[in-house]
Design a protein around this ligand. Structure first.
Ligand code: NAD
Ligand code: WQD
Length: 339
């Protein structure tokens, strides 16, 4: 069984390719290398003993997408990761985000609608909930006005898919990720942020490595127990496994409706200060940090109610926060040649 993984050389995509291959799936990766490197193919091979098929295609090129589906005419299952994901950049350049995150989705669905039956897993985000009123967040919490063009592309993407499944043979699962962190325990693949990391964990590991002077903690005046903001950090390998379970659910026709939505998180919230303490424990490094003002657009807290993913999807996050942080640290050391 062949699965098309778009953005399969990126952070979450590469870990998912590994999990798919270890379950016996043949994988075709499409990636334009805009936020990844061809070296990732080697990392995947080092873990699984096998390289996926690789197509260096920009999914904004509609005719290239058409040719892709001509070449792999037997493919009817797609896991769609390819997108731009930097919130700040999306505010600066919204059209880049609407083109890259929406046109690519439309072109893929146009190819899949020609098939009698097709399966489509979509990378959505907990960002669609904004600041939810109740914690933990269930899937029926209202989607709130997006705080950025990036967040809006996830909401629009979900709406497009919900409309399209009604009139086609496409079945879809929308996975709303909480905060993915960490790397494969082998340190063969991991996250490769370009420039100054915007996300907490790569900033922490780069600071511990001495590449950054100190971590800025964005606000300690939130109404949370220690004043810093709370998130649900999930090990990327657990998140990758959720995709395998989701695609198997669609292939096995076990889905209960043509579009299903699942939160993918651990169900546990951690504050920024708790993250620092946990990192110091697993790395044995003291982390220099300073409290600064809140970052615009940040929510105070977001963590998942995972009951639906656990009981309906049959998936659970297995790794601890410490394991996730240890893997992120091992990866950082490996890419800086210190491991
Ligand atoms: P990533 O940037 O590491 O991976 C995305 C991959 O897609 C990259 O390898 C990039 O080169 C490729 N790509 C981008 N545009 C493309 C195009 N037009 N054609 C072909 N390839 C293209 O990002 P990630 O963290 O792995 O995120 C994967 C998906 O999950 C994205 O849709 C993202 O919005 C979503 N998501 C990520 C997070 C997170 O915190 N990382 C959270 C929620 C949702
Ligand atoms: C986590 C916490 C920060 C950096 C973003 C996107 C979201 C999603 C995941 C895709 C927050 C604090 C961070 C730093 C800090 N992506 N922090 N100092 O903001 O939850 O979500 O990435 O869909 O859309 O908005 O993740 O890792 O940036 O921040 O204090 O240098 O760490 O304020 O509380 P976030 P993050």
């Amino acid at each position: 069984m062949k699965i098309l993984v778009t953005g399969g050389l990126g952070f979450i995509g590469s870990h998912t390719v590994v999990e798919l291959q270890s379950k016996g799936f043949d994988v075709v990766v499409v990636d334009n290398l805009s936020n990844s490197s061809p070296e990732v193919l080697k990392g995947i091979e080092n873990i699984t003993g096998k390289q996926p098929f690789f197509e260096n295609i920009d999914l904004r090129d509609k005719s290239a997408v058409q040719n892709l589906f001509k070449k792999y005419s037997d493919i009817n299952s797609v896991i769609h990761f390819a997108a731009s994901k930097a919130v700040g950049e999306s505010v600066e350049n919204p059209l880049l985000y609407y083109e890259n995150n929406i046109s690519t989705l439309v072109y893929l669905l146009q190819e899949l609608q020609a098939k009698k039956e097709a399966h489509f897993i979509f990378s959505s985000s907990c960002t669609v909930y904004g600041q939810a009123e109740t914690m933990p967040i269930t899937e029926d919490a209202p989607v709130q006005l997006a705080m950025s063009p990036y967040g809006n592309t996830k909401q629009i993407g979900e709406e497009i898919i919900s409309d399209v499944v009604k009139v086609t043979g496409i079945h879809s699962i929308l996975l709303r990720y909480f905060n993915p962190i960490g790397a494969h325990p082998s340190a063969e693949i991991g996250e490769l942020p370009i420039g100054v990391p915007q996300n907490l964990v790569p900033f922490i590991t780069q600071t511990a490595m001495g590449l950054r002077k100190e971590l800025s903690v964005f606000g300690n005046d939130y109404p949370t127990p220690d004043g810093t903001a709370i998130r649900d950090y999930i090990h990327v390998v657990d998140l990758a496994k959720a995709h395998v379970v989701a695609v198997q659910r669609l292939i096995g026709k076990n889905n209960l409706s043509k579009v299903e939505t699942f939160n993918v998180g651990t169900g546990k919230g951690s504050s920024v200060l708790e993250m620092i303490t946990a990192f110091e424990k697993v790395s044995g490094q003291k982390l220099p940090y300073r409290i600064v003002d809140r970052r615009g657009g940040d929510v105070m807290e977001a963590y998942a109610n995972t009951a639906k993913a656990n009981s309906v999807l049959g998936w659970n996050a297995e790794s601890s926060l410490e394991e996730a942080l240890a893997s992120a640290w091992k990866w950082e050391q490996k890419i800086r040649n210190k491991a």
